[in-house]
Design a protein around this ligand. Structure first.
Ligand SMILES: [Zn+2]
Length: 282
């Protein structure tokens, strides 16, 4: 009897230990995972003063010939744990009418972020309204499409390539990663620079996967306004028409599959999907 009772007690002990272990795994597992994954947030910066625009030249099939819109100039800041990623750098402060009222550096100062804290600067493409303040972040790793980098660094740079802000990286002084395709910035799929050539040879867009706000796809200049996006409009000044259409197809299919919020960087109606600086979404 005694030995039977002993084994019964031992079995109970094992079962209760197993139960306790299972419970602790159930209740601490997800919490531990949540604690180890850095929090991600997305904010929009004002990177130029909005301007009225006759949009005819943004469509090479003669749609919207009389249409006028206001074009905004937007950049984006992603914070992941201690890391900061800046997407596009807007107009230079010397750009005249469309120049920003407040520089990116001064906007960042409003949330106590110093230029040295920007780990990555991602560039959608080499045009002046997306690259003007890149030289404010010489300590950042520059992430830029291969076709655009080749256009910037060619002996005779591509038409529209804004070379000057990249002097620091051209000289070899800055960290540089030239992207032949997509780039998973943090290696966990939350921030992915998406290869969408056509507007320029190395044009890219940006995917951000937020925990609460969901998936966000930021266009770069794959498209410039909602009506053109809906109609697969191709600007008459694009580098490659066929690549643009293929990129639009990829981007739209991805947006549908990911149920993503699409933000067209130049469309005032789209940038308002995010709160005004220094507001952010998570
Ligand atoms: Zn642009």
């Amino acid at each position: 009897m005694t030995s039977n009772l002993y084994f019964y007690r031992q079995r109970l002990l094992k079962l209760s230990t197993l139960f306790a272990l299972t419970c602790s795994a159930l209740f601490t597992g997800p919490q531990a995972a949540a604690q180890s994954a850095p929090e991600l947030s997305l904010a929009r910066l004002d990177c130029g003063t909005p301007v009225p625009m006759v949009v005819a030249r943004f469509n090479d099939t003669f749609a919207f010939t009389d249409k006028k819109l206001t074009f905004t100039f937007s950049c984006y800041l992603i914070n992941r744990g201690d890391d900061y990623f800046l997407w596009d750098t807007g107009h230079a402060m010397t750009a005249g009418v469309p120049a920003p009222k407040v520089s990116i550096v001064d906007q960042l100062a409003q949330i106590n972020v110093k230029p040295e804290q920007i780990k990555y600067v991602g560039i959608s493409h080499y045009h002046a309204d997306h690259t003007g303040q890149a030289n404010s972040f010489p300590g950042a790793t520059l992430l830029i499409g291969k076709g655009d980098w080749e256009g910037i660094t060619a002996p005779k740079p591509n038409v529209g390539a804004n070379v000057a802000p990249f002097a620091h990286w051209i000289s070899g002084g800055g960290k540089l990663e030239v992207l032949p395709g997509d780039k998973d910035v943090f290696g966990d799929g939350t921030v992915v620079i998406i290869n969408t050539p056509g507007h320029t040879p190395g044009h890219h867009s940006l995917l951000v996967k937020l925990a609460s706000a969901g998936n966000v796809l930021i266009t770069g200049d794959l498209t410039h306004f909602q009506e053109n996006y809906a109609n697969n409009g191709v600007p008459s000044f694009n580098y490659h028409r066929g690549d643009t259409l293929a990129s639009l197809n990829r981007f739209k299919t991805a947006a549908a599959n990911l149920k993503a919020t699409v933000i067209i960087q130049h469309d005032a109606r789209d940038v308002d999907k995010l709160p005004a600086w220094p507001g952010f979404v998570k």
